[in-house]
Design a protein around this ligand. Structure first.
Ligand SMILES: CC(=O)N[C@H]1[C@@H](OP(=O)(O)OP(=O)(O)OC[C@H]2O[C@@H](n3ccc(=O)[nH]c3=O)[C@H](O)[C@@H]2O)O[C@H](CO)[C@@H](O)[C@@H]1O[C@H](C)C(=O)N[C@@H](C)C(=O)N[C@H](CCC(=O)O)C(=O)O
Ligand SMILES: Nc1ncnc2c1ncn2[C@@H]1O[C@H](COP(=O)(O)OP(=O)(O)OP(=O)(O)O)[C@@H](O)[C@H]1O
Ligand SMILES: N[C@H](CCC[C@H](N)C(=O)O)C(=O)O
Ligand SMILES: [Mg+2]
Length: 497
């Protein structure tokens, strides 16, 4: 539900034109019939499970003062609308119409906003961009998988919140004095037009690899959803910050250039504007040497993982694109800290073996995270791995394959089975890494993996990162990989060092 006491708007104020030119005084906007109150505009959207048109009858009973839907929704509710006529807006793309109406209803957003898309690295880039801004004294926030963080904080149910939640939040952030915001553009969010009406000055692209094919069907549709950030959302005078090292980076840059957007390329090749020259791993971080405008710079990052260079440079590119002087941006990079649950060092065995937690939940991320830790490990690299239920099934064996290729020991366990049979999910992973040890209970898998660590070994617990729950059926059981690792070390060594 979106409404505030006493506030009203006409349909025209919200950029909407009803059939026959009918008007209404709107008192709020809802996309769920259960949230409708007297005078609300009810947006009946085509969903993935059901058409919102099915709920128009209920919304009218709740006092809806107008309905926004598509032709299919209007047809579903034709009888109800005839019996109970209210102004009806029929839009070809009601999700996009709702996004623009929501932006007009809530009427404010932080002045300087950027968004980032890509299969992996969105949360990290959004967080790094926010951290750069904060270090440069801008009141800044990031919006994504880990919620709204920074100068404003709020929990979020989705990586890219639904359009009403999003614009309500943006208005609250602007009211609170937040001037800069970096948000994650998930492929679902882009496809569903959740952020179509956000005004962006710049947008970033990290990479594309397999995930979410349950929703998008194939990689081309998945790419097209992500490309909407540049093809549709970012205005012509916006700046596109694109990872040229990704195989689809050139395609994304072509889409941006066709719009007339300025492109800042990030990568190792000579064509990159922010060009990574040398990267050297250190025990607690890494040193980057890169060039901007042909001039070399060197920074020490307190971040583990070669892939973080890509995220940091995309974030730096976004901060530059949004108006800060490059020299000032580069000067604060050593202050960046990792997002919770991304290559986080969470415990150490008495024999010195470290335990890390990472959010890798795609085949590419599993490979990347393990490869990133390898230079820091003298002995064996062990991992704990599962895959989520009610998510892309095809990625499961690929995740098992990536683990087999990059780890010396694997414990296959559960990761949010949701409505699925956990044993079947594990079996799908194990098909590609039959040598792995299967331990369904995640706490026990972590305990056994920690127990297996000898001097020089390291453990990487993958998939849940910052998450604090294990979703089984509809129930969320408290579960935290970092906490379980500490408990395991304490149980085995008598102390968590
Ligand atoms: C597949 C998907 O993205 N679904 C989201 C979508 O639901 P939908 O439109 O398909 O909904 P539906 O259930 O078919 O219902 C259709 C319409 O009827 C309405 N309705 C429904 C029931 C009712 O009683 N009354 C009513 O009005 C619904 O509000 C909806 O507008 O819109 C809903 C409202 O905003 C979301 O809650 C829902 O997220 C589901 C729960 C979800 O799990 N989404 C995940 C996959 C997601 O969005 N993930 C991305 C990416 C994560 C990543 O980064 O990897 C994210 O941004 O978080
Ligand atoms: N640039 C990158 N390239 C490859 N893998 C990466 C990169 N950045 C992060 N990863 C891997 O992906 C995991 C998730 O990172 P992050 O949370 O930043 O991504 P995300 O795109 O926000 O994910 P989600 O789709 O869940 O929102 C990390 O824990 C790491 O294993
Ligand atoms: N944002 C991702 C997170 C996956 C994390 C993993 N723990 C899982 O549950 O699959 C998704 O919803 O697909
Ligand atoms: Mg994320």
């Amino acid at each position: 539900m979106a409404g505030s006491a006493g506030k009203t708007a006409s349909l025209a104020d919200l950029g909407l034109a009803a059939r026959g030119g009918a008007e209404a005084r709107i008192t709020g906007v809802s996309l769920d019939s259960r949230a409708v109150r007297e005078g609300h505009l009810f947006a009946a959207l085509p969903g993935t499970r059901v058409h919102g048109g099915e709920f128009i009858t209920y919304a009218l009973r709740m006092g809806a003062g107008a309905v926004l839907t598509d032709a299919a929704g209007a047809a579903i509710a034709a009888d109800a609308l005839a019996a109970h006529p209210v102004p009806l807006v029929v839009a070809e793309d009601p999700r996009q119409a709702l996004a623009y109406a929501a932006a007009l209803w809530f009427a404010a957003q932080p002045d300087t906003m950027v968004a980032v898309t890509g299969t992996n690295g969105k949360t990290s880039v959004a967080s790094f961009t926010r951290q750069i801004w904060a270090a440069l004294d801008h009141p800044a926030a990031s919006i994504g998988t880990t919620g709204v963080e920074g100068a404003f904080s709020a929990p979020l149910p989705h990586t890219t919140p639904d359009t009403l939640t999003l614009h309500r939040l943006l208005a609250a952030m602007a009211d609170d004095g937040v001037t800069h915001a970096a948000m994650e553009a998930s492929s679902h969010g882009l496809d569903q037009r959740r952020m179509d009406a956000v005004r962006l000055v710049a947008a970033g692209y990290t990479n594309l690899s397999q995930d979410h094919l349950d929703y998008h069907g194939d990689m081309d549709s998945y790419f097209t959803a992500k490309a909407g950030l540049f093809a549709r959302l970012l205005p012509d005078d916006g700046v596109a910050v694109i990872n040229f090292d990704d195989p689809r980076g050139a395609d994304m840059a072509a889409i941006a250039r066709a719009r007339g957007q300025r492109v800042i390329g990030v990568g190792q090749g000579a064509d990159a504007d922010l060009r990574l020259l040398v990267q050297r791993a250190e025990p607690e971080g890494q040193i980057l040497r890169f060039s901007w405008d042909g001039r070399p710079h060197q920074v020490r990052l307190g971040l583990i993982g070669a892939f973080q260079a890509e995220n940091v440079l995309v974030a730096a590119g976004l901060a530059i694109a949004a108006g800060d002087a490059p020299e000032r941006v580069f000067a604060v990079l050593p202050r960046l800290t990792t997002v919770r649950g991304r290559m986080s060092h969470v415990a150490t065995r008495a024999n010195g073996a470290p335990v890390f937690v990472d959010y890798a939940h795609t085949p590419a991320a599993v490979a990347t995270a393990l490869a990133a830790l390898r230079p820091h490990v003298l002995g064996r690299l062990i991992c704990v791995l599962g895959a989520g239920g009610d998510r892309d099934r095809a990625k499961r064996p690929l995740m098992g394959h990536a683990a087999a290729a990059h780890a010396d020991g694997i414990y296959v366990t559960d990761d949010n089975p949701r409505s699925e049979d956990p044993a079947a999910i594990r079996a799908a992973i194990l098909a590609a890494c039959p040598e792995a040890t299967e331990v369904g209970d995640r706490a026990e898998a972590i305990l056994r993996a920690v127990d297996a660590l000898g001097p020089g070994d390291a453990l990487l617990i993958l998939g849940k990162g910052h998450e604090t729950g294990q979703i089984v059926g509809d129930t969320v059981y408290p579960f935290d990989d970092a906490e379980q690792a500490s408990i395991a070390v304490a149980a085995l060594d008598g102390t968590d060092r």
